[in-house]
Design a protein around this ligand. Structure first.
Ligand SMILES: Nc1ncnc2c1ncn2[C@@H]1O[C@H](COP(=O)(O)OP(=O)(O)OP(=O)(O)O)[C@@H](O)[C@H]1O
Ligand SMILES: [Mg+2]
Length: 393
């Protein structure tokens, strides 16, 4: 397979950025611009271009295949269009939570954005024993503002139908439907696990109660078109750091974005919070990471409630808001559990657990908590109840 558009190599980046008008008015020669590749994900290429004097930029390009696999694993580059669309929507309502996007080149599936190299990926910070800082508040605000603006509360019915149509992302949704919401519960060649949880991996495959609850979450993911979601909001999709004494949090990589259930992003994030907590507890004793669930929810709920009086369709009354928020909360706990389980018995695992001297005890604990969250999500009314559940393990 070959690409029918321009695939950028490091040496092309200075000329490319110049063509895209990124250096208009600046007299650099191409040789004054240093370029290096920082791709460390699976799917795409990311380059950083730094002019000798001037603003540095990041360029992210989607290839027509999975970067780490090559042309033998084709994948539509329109994932970059989904990423650009999500950034555009968030930029209108919560610009401080994402990188500044300077350009989207739809012909070549390339985004040019703010260079975040001065920040660090949250998962790395946590693995080194650091804390969340303001990440959970940023996630709550990001999800609330994006969800409200792209739901039937923030948009007219006709605009919403157009948004749903333009935001379909079938290839990446299928990855989630398979990897998170099916494969761990059936025998699949992708699945693998640490030997200490082999018994649980087998039990979860035969667990009919768990299977039906995952089917419910899977169907909500497929058919619950509530609002535009990020779609991959784990602790590796967040960068944090300090700029001039002010804490900065940036949520990035929304290429899985589509119109889905509002609780999905909160749940994926919480699944990763709980795994980070499990790691920290094993290394240093009980950590305060569980509090991050309350922090995220508080930010989300207060932001969503503040926006509620501005809803376009006032047939949705205040009592319905309470019911809607309860549904988001319950869905989110279910997705948190599903995320934990798939990160332990599914295809893609987490460095949080894999890098422990003995991954066994933490892996087992997280896997047990994951099932509880899925099965009992409707019986856990608030963050305190979740904390109590986690502390029982
Ligand atoms: N704007 C940016 N500035 C600086 N570095 C960045 C930027 N965007 C991405 N990176 C770096 O490139 C890495 C990969 O980026 P990203 O996660 O967006 O790519 P991906 O191929 O979609 O990854 P994945 O396979 O995890 O989905 C990040 O972990 C980060 O180190
Ligand atoms: Mg990605």
């Amino acid at each position: 397979m070959t690409a029918d558009y321009r695939i950028l190599e490091p040496g092309d980046i200075p000329g490319y950025l110049r063509e895209r008008g990124m250096f208009d008015g600046n007299p650099f020669a191409d040789s004054d611009i240093e370029v290096h590749e920082v791709s460390d994900g699976n799917l795409n290429r990311v380059f950083i271009a730094t002019p000798r004097d001037g603003r540095s930029l990041a360029v992210k390009q989607a290839l027509p295949w999975v970067r780490v696999a090559g042309p033998s694993w084709p994948m539509s580059p329109t994932r970059a269009t989904a990423e650009a669309r999500a950034y555009r929507r968030v930029a209108a309502v919560a610009p401080e939570t994402i990188p500044v996007v300077h350009d989207y080149d739809a012909e070549n599936y390339a985004l040019t954005m703010e260079n975040l190299s001065d920040l660090r990926v949250l998962r790395t910070v946590l693995n080194e024993g650091g804390g969340f800082g303001g990440a959970s508040t940023a996630v709550g605000i990001f999800v609330a503002r994006l969800a409200f603006a792209t739901s039937d509360f923030g948009m007219s019915s006709a605009e919403r139908k157009a948004l749903i149509a333009e935001s379909v992302n079938p290839e990446l949704c299928k990855i989630t439907e398979d990897l998170i919401l099916a494969e761990p519960y059936v025998g699949h060649e992708h699945n693998h696990w640490h030997e200490s949880v082999a018994d649980l991996a087998a039990a979860y495959r035969d667990d009919r109660e768990l299977r039906t609850e995952i089917a419910d979450l899977r169907h909500t993911f497929m058919a619950g078109a509530q609002s535009l979601v990020h779609g991959d909001l784990h602790t590796g999709s967040i960068m944090t750091g300090d700029r001039d004494g002010t804490e900065v949090v940036r949520i990035f990589d929304p290429e899985f974005s589509f119109v889905g259930p509002v609780g999905f992003d909160l749940g994926l994030y919480w699944g990763n919070v709980i795994v980070a907590e499990t790691r920290a507890r094993i290394l240093d004793g009980p950590a305060d990471h569980t509090h991050e669930i309350a922090r995220t929810w508080q930010a989300f709920e207060s932001e969503f409630r503040a926006l509620w009086p501005t809803r376009l369709d006032t047939f949705f009354d205040d009592a319905y808001l309470d019911r809607f928020l309860t549904r988001v909360w319950t869905d989110a706990l279910g997705y948190a559990g599903a995320e934990i389980i798939r990160r332990i018995v599914g295809f893609a695992h987490l460095s949080d657990l894999d890098s422990l001297p003995d991954p066994g005890p933490a892996t087992r604990r997280a896997l047990l908590i994951g099932r509880e969250l899925v099965i009992h999500r409707a019986d856990l009314p608030d963050p305190r109840a979740v904390r109590k559940l986690i502390d029982q393990y």
